[in-house]
Design a protein around this ligand. Structure first.
Ligand code: L34
Length: 291
């Protein structure tokens, strides 16, 4: 069994980006600048956004973190976004999800200027992805593609089963892997909460991408020998034996599944750190105004 090390791979990608930034500095050009908007105090969101800011520092990007209170109105948030759209110093920005219930996510995401939408969530960018046009590929699917490529995992002609149809992971993942591209050309099945006989389907998969958000959902009985397992889940489960009071659990029962898998991503240390590295990559793309 080969452990797919997202921490190490993301570190390598960040080194590559840092090298580009030092060239930019040597030419006395301004460095790329990423902004993040965080509404409220959700613990996981604070961790992820904090990691994004630190990653910017590591590669030499400028970063701006805009922290807004939980009771921020939709209008106030829309005004912040418009200001970021119009600020020429900011190359790209994200609005960390989930947002409080009184704010309409879709309305917010549609207000972000597509050329600054480094999360790739705007309908224009999702459309471009679907049509295989240059775009910002959402960081989590982008990170998974990068792991498959860098670990030389064959995908062409293989059966990929994606579990989960979210706009952020499952849906774009299923589109990307069916496309004519590196880490593509796969035969893709997208399974979800209404799928019947799921285990019979996952058992046929050469690659399983578990992105449904149920801790330890995928068990050894559900996968075939030597399958490649990508675990996108990241749930905080209360655990009094831990200092933080919780542990992080993926959608895969790592203990049993890792015995059968040819390759598997751990949680933590798998897909999560890749999400951060690929966000930086997208922001570099925005900086170069390649889109
Ligand atoms: N707008 N919202 C927007 N863009 C995103 O790309 C995200 N996502 C998801 C949640 N909301 C978002 C993230 O940033 C999930 N996500 C994310 C990012 C990083 C990590 C996990 C999820 C990560 O670094 N995970 C570490 C463990 C971190 C911990 O200690 O909790 C890992 O090793 O998996």
């Amino acid at each position: 069994m080969i452990l797919i090390d997202g921490r190490q791979t993301s570190a390598k990608i960040k080194e590559e980006i840092a090298a580009t930034v030092s060239q930019i500095k040597q030419q006395n050009q301004r460095v790329p600048h990423l902004a993040a908007v965080l509404v409220g105090m959700d613990g996981a969101s604070m961790t992820y956004v904090g990691a994004k800011v630190r990653a910017c520092e590591f590669v030499g990007f400028d970063s701006t973190l805009i922290e807004l209170p939980e009771d921020t109105s939709e209008r106030e948030l829309l005004n912040q976004i418009k200001a970021l759209n119009n600020n020429p110093d900011i190359d790209g920005f994200i609005v960390q999800l989930p947002l409080p219930n009184h704010i309409d996510d879709q309305k917010i995401l549609m207000t972000i200027a597509p050329h600054k939408d480094v999360d790739g969530f705007h309908p224009v960018n999702v459309g471009r992805l679907t049509l295989d046009l240059p775009t910002f590929i959402s960081a989590t699917p982008y990170g998974i593609m990068e792991l498959l490529e860098r670990y030389d995992i064959p995908t062409s002609g293989k059966h990929v089963v994606v579990i989960g149809r979210s706009h952020i992971v499952g849906r774009p993942m299923s589109i990307l892997m069916s496309q004519k591209r590196k880490a593509g050309n796969a035969t893709v099945t997208i399974a979800h909460s209404r799928t019947e006989n799921l285990a019979a389907i996952t058992k046929q998969a050469d690659i399983v991408i578990a992105a449904l958000g149920i801790p330890e959902f995928l068990t050894a009985e559900m996968v075939k020998e030597n399958a490649v397992i990508i675990d996108v889940g990241i749930t905080r489960v209360p655990d009094t034996s831990k200092k933080k009071g919780y542990r992080i659990v993926g959608d895969v029962d790592f203990q049993s599944v890792s015995k059968k898998a040819s390759h598997i991503t751990p949680v933590p240390g798998g897909v999560g750190p890749m999400t951060i590295a690929m966000l930086l990559k997208n922001n570099l793309l925005a900086y170069h105004r390649n889109l």
